[in-house]
Ligand binder design. Structure first.
Ligand code: C2E
Ligand code: MG
Ligand code: MG
Ligand code: MG
Length: 285
């Protein structure tokens, strides 16, 4: 009996695996078509400074599929990476973001905005990556100083020397660099201090439980201190509540991004400033 059930389980498992593989193949084919048919678009999420001003926006890719609907990046970026499609997709994302920078050049409300672009490890490790960035900047006419590339600690694991060298040459071209999801990966302080970074982004997992978990508060404070010592800006991601914002302020964090302020939105819905939920004293003053 057990044996029969076992065999059945194996057979079920195998067809299950086949289904997964078929679904992945279908998704990959759809991704390829989606690129050709321009089904991708960028949404932007504001980044807010301590005064409530929007100083930057993060570009977040969206896939508007005719049947699947709006597919979130978490469901396709991984597959785009393993299939290699991240290279053309990533280039499209970079170009769109740079076109946006160029389009804002004469807009007094938006010309100052930084535009942050997520770069996958596979893109960074492409031998031509720095040249690709330079070409896109030149072709779009975007000011390199307005472009910020978001990397993660995982970019550095594979080839620290190579990644560091590329970061230096991007920096030399005026591009800003930010370390995304900071705290979740493997960070040696020793190489952190040698990277030409402008900003650390505290991962949203530390912000989520800030009020519940004293460890998370300690981690946030440690990252803020580290940023101060290394002369880096520190931005907290995933800020959803006023209470989290208050805690972050108390911990010395001065830059924020999250649903409390604004969800990622199409470019024409971007606010230029955010009127913070004022502290109580300001409400009554
Ligand atoms: P990420 O770069 O860390 O982006 C932050 C994610 O958190 C975004 O999810 C954003 O919509 C979400 N988020 C923002 N505020 C809040 C909040 O207050 N609460 C919560 N719970 N979430 C919030 P999204 O757009 O689904 O992107 C997920 C991940 O996919 C990104 O994480 C990034 O790793 C990747 N990704 C997104 N766009 C791109 C892209 O253009 N290129 C590459 N290579 N990766 C991308
Ligand atoms: Mg990011
Ligand atoms: Mg992040
Ligand atoms: Mg993330």
């Amino acid at each position: 009996q057990a044996k029969a059930a076992g065999r059945g389980t194996v057979r079920f498992f195998r067809s299950d695996m086949e289904a997964v593989i078929a679904a992945r193949a279908a998704l990959e084919a759809d991704l390829r078509d989606g690129l050709a048919q321009r089904q991708f678009l960028l949404h932007y999420q504001p980044q807010i400074d301590e005064h409530g001003a929007v100083f930057g926006v993060e570009a977040l890719v969206r896939w508007q599929h005719p049947q699947r609907g709006m597919v979130p990046p978490g469901s396709f970026i991984g597959l785009a990476e393993v299939s290699g499609l991240i290279e053309p997709l990533g280039l499209w994302i970079l170009r769109s973001a740079c076109e946006q920078i160029a389009a804002w050049r004469d807009d007094p409300q938006r010309a100052h905005l930084l535009v942050a672009v997520n770069i996958s490890a596979r893109q960074l490790h492409h031998p031509e990556f720095v040249q690709q960035v330079a070409t896109v900047l030149a072709e779009t006419g975007a000011d390199p100083q307005r472009l910020e590339l978001e990397l993660t600690e995982s970019h550095l694991v594979e080839d620290v020397e190579g990644a560091t060298a590329k970061m230096h040459s991007l920096k030399a071209r005026g591009v800003r660099l930010s370390l995304d999801d900071f705290g979740t990966g493997y960070s040696s302080l020793n190489y952190l201090k040698r990277l030409p970074l402008d900003q650390l982004k505290i991962d949203q997992s530390f912000v989520r439980d800030l009020l519940l978990d004293a460890n998370d508060l300690s981690i946030v404070k440690a990252i803020v201190d580290m940023g101060r010592n290394l002369k880096l800006n520190v931005l907290a991601e995933g800020v959803e509540t006023q209470a989290q914002l208050d805690m972050l302020r108390q911990a010395g964090c001065k830059r924020y991004q999250g649903y409390l302020f604004c969800h990622p939105v199409p470019v024409d819905q971007l606010p230029t400033t955010y009127t913070p939920h004022p502290p109580h004293s300001e409400l009554t003053a």
